[in-house]
Design a protein around this ligand. Sequence first.
Ligand code: NAD
Ligand code: LMR
Length: 373
Amino acid sequence: MPSFVDSNALKISIIGAAGGIGQAMCLLLKAQLHTLIPNDANSDPKEMNMHIHMALYDVNNDAVRGVATDLSHIDTPVTLSSHSPNDAEGLRDCLIDTDLIVVPAGFPRKPGMTRDDLFIKNAEIISGLADNIAAYCDMSKIFILLISNPVNSLIPLMGQRLVHHHPSSDIERRIMGVTKLDIVRASTFLHQLSITDGIEKRTNNMPEIPVIGGHSGDTIIPLFSRAKIYPKLSRAQIKYLIHRVQTGGDEVVKAKNGQGSATLSMALAAHKVVMKFSSLLLGLRKSIHGIYYVSLWSHSKNQPICSDSNILIPLIDGCKYFAIPVYINKQGTYAIEYQIIEKMADFERSSLLPNSISKIKANIETGLAYSRQ
Ligand code: NAD
Ligand code: LMR
């Protein structure tokens, strides 16, 4: 395993790497991460010496060893290591010196369950993981991307566990709930509808639809009023699309009929997010922009996460966690695109927003109450 004393190295720790999402995401990352690094002779020599390491951890000992060995035969320069509770210091070795922790660990839904039904089991996993992160990681620099459900409650829970161990840390600026799959779905479902309904469009690019709020049912707020390349979307079509994005997860759970939830589309969505954060952490970009479920308030410092929180929090009725476009640098969230709320169409603001906010607030309280136990 390479030494991570080298400031040009990026270590990514994947917790739950042997699961449905974990395996497919690791495949995409092993195949693609190195493409971020410039490889032409005119590049900055510092960039030429960059390397990336993926540390895979799972409680399923044999599976994670097998996945890492299998992936290690793929001909890219990204290096790999495998860690499990079978190793004396499995989780510690995976987490030590890491820059980015990606968490698809936890139980997936079965038909008839809501994401909230996963809370008790997955809260135990995430809270144990948070205690280990607090013990082994550099709280002043790590980023955490949380995929496990229910995201709306587990982000507050993880943030509070870490702050409990490190009361003066600003870690809440660097913990992101991954809601990218909702954005991927919004884009895909609109494109599909445009073909079946023959909707007139202005370009052949895939549409980019912001999806804000939370990641469950009607906490998910897809903003199809922003579908500028489809100027003639009808109200009925928009209503159909909103419902389809809000129930996209159920569609897969139902189709898999007891064999889990979305894994491949989620792996693709997570891969897009990890690529972006990797370019930031390698120093190839000074800042990145994207929609994540973030804390708007630093509970450790009892102050806004950044000055834009002061504008956003009243706009969303005092809600302190929300999926919203944010600007992120190596220190974490530094600006929030709160204007997206001001620009919402009337029907989005009056019918989608209040419902989402009241449910997210309840989900946040569930996470915070657990962390206080
Ligand atoms: P899975 O059961 O296939 O994989 C989960 C993996 O986590 C397993 O390999 C398991 O051994 C591992 N694991 C369990 N406890 C662990 C621990 N303490 N430490 C490390 N690893 C542990 O499930 P999946 O389909 O990959 O889904 C994982 C999670 O992601 C679920 O909670 C699911 O609801 C969620 N999910 C979120 C989104 C999203 O958009 N955010 C999308 C899809 C799924
Ligand atoms: C999804 O949106 O597909 C995930 O959150 C998994 C689920 O339980 O629906």
